[in-house]
Design a binder for this molecule. Sequence first.
Ligand code: GLA
Length: 388
Amino acid sequence: MKETVEHAVREFAKVYGGEPQWIAAAPGRVNLIGEHTDYNDGFVMPMAIERYTVIAAAPARDAGRITLRSTANHEVFTIELGAALKPLGKGKWANYAVGVVAGFLAYGLRLEGFDALVHSNVPLGGGLSSSAALEVATATLLEAITGHTLVPVDKALLCQKAEHEFAGMPCGIMDQFVSVMGQEDQLLLLDCRTRKTELVPLTDPAVEVLIINTNVKHELTGSEYSARRKQCETAAKALGVVSLRDATLETLEQGRTKMEEVVYRRARHVISEIQRTILAAEGVRTSGWPAVGRLMYASHDSLRDDYEVSCAELDAVVAIARGIGSDGGMIGCRMTGGGFGGCAVALVKKAAVDDIKKKIAAGYKKRTGIEATMFVSRPAAGATVLKA
Ligand code: GLA
């Protein structure tokens, strides 16, 4: 994180002059298992990663204005605090930040203008929640500026709302929760119904989390995501339950004729994935790595075949991982996040990391013609104020 912060401070001085008065950072995340279950009241088990979005800020000369700049995008946004805040337009990077500012103002918190600079080493649009990291970093910055600390659950929900209303993405609660509540060396087992969290230690020194970026992004994510959400709601309705959390594979079979085939398959993914997540948490707790690996592969297959959110590039990575196998130090691998590109996550034996990286790089290049990027990360701590 140190380098990212230093870079942000240097860039801040370049564009605004002087030193920032406040600095906040929030991590991206990778989800070990529990995909497309959060908006079905299910379980997820992500961790925060050692990649951060940092925001450096200082009071503005004009107390009525917020200026937002990013090192990743030339577009600069100036927000007038007097008027009601509105989304900036489709696809604008600052929507995530402005949505959070709007959430703070809706709390009745007073805010004066500031100049902010965003710098991030979370790959953008890579399925590692760069957007949640920006939202949570903004909320953390505003906590520093106003001196008003939010209850962690409320903070995560405020950020989720910003994403719904300002970025138009009807996401679940996983990404924002883990960016707020992540802890070093811990997976976060989150019950998305009760919003209760349980820490699952990932401390086996022989095991590493390897993140593999396919470096592709198929532009289906938004529309396909809300289509999946709707199909899940349709399935729950047909089964007469509040959400798919309340269904089992047995009740699904009994109700199979009440829904279209595709809706049935979507539900089968969600219901089985919730079970896999609970089992995987138990596996991690007891270092039952072969079982955890099988659950990760089963999760991938289900996302590919039943939920249909994978893509050729993610499937290629997972096929290569399967080929490496447990003899080669590969425990398990699956796509992670919303899908249609982005990253895969693998659990690997530490002693084999370098070897595995080489094999995946070569195999992926051969199959797709694309260079993958890879890094290992320990589970990291959630958002923090670095200067106030
Ligand atoms: C995206 C959403 C999350 C979650 C995942 C799929 O990352 O933001 O809320 O639904 O997709 O598990």
